[in-house]
Design a binder for this molecule. Sequence first.
Ligand SMILES: Cc1cc2nc3c(=O)[nH]c(=O)nc-3n(C[C@H](O)[C@H](O)[C@H](O)COP(=O)(O)O)c2cc1C
Length: 194
Amino acid sequence: MILGISGSPRSKSTEYVCKQALQMLDELGYETEYWSVKGKQINFCTHCDYCKKGEGCVFNDDMRSLYPLLEEASAYVVSTPVYNGNVSGQLKTVMDRCRALFSRNHKVFRYKPVIAIAVGGDRAGGQETAIKQISDFYLMNGGLPISGGTFGANLGASFWSKDSLEGVMEDEEGFRSLQKTVKRLDKYIKENKK
Ligand SMILES: Cc1cc2nc3c(=O)[nH]c(=O)nc-3n(C[C@H](O)[C@H](O)[C@H](O)COP(=O)(O)O)c2cc1C
């Protein structure tokens, strides 16, 4: 299963492009699931170190619905709106709260590929910095970030929404970067099945 995550608290542009990526993967024959931070209660990590016991997180909140999906998935599509030149606070909190998951099972992401999607209101509003944050998170925890390659999708999929759903739908360059990135993910998965 390939897990798509949206780091937007809204059902707008980030959700739209994440679901578009999952649809492309569905059409390539993959089973996909979608999970969003929208409407979820997700507490900040407080560094209480409860998770060092290896018994999960001290908080009993909506991260509970994400942990099993992260373990089950064999690849990830992680999308975020750009907030102040980086990922949303919600997505960063999800990353921090994964410490509890890794304490129990440090192989959760091991050798699993991930692609990143960033949606900014500005054309150059920090999409690449946000993509880097997602990639670095997986890299630090054993995952394998995949980009769409040079000439259009250097670090991953990058969208310019002009702060609206219509804006992102009209962003042809953004969709080109997404197609290139999804294609590389598909190729990586197929090459590594051999
Ligand atoms: C708190 C906040 C900070 C933002 N910071 C940036 C930014 O640094 N760069 C940028 O390009 N857009 C920024 N935006 C605009 C959003 O990235 C943009 O509207 C995006 O399409 C929102 O995604 P959504 O429609 O999925 O919620 C910011 C929006 C908010 C609410």
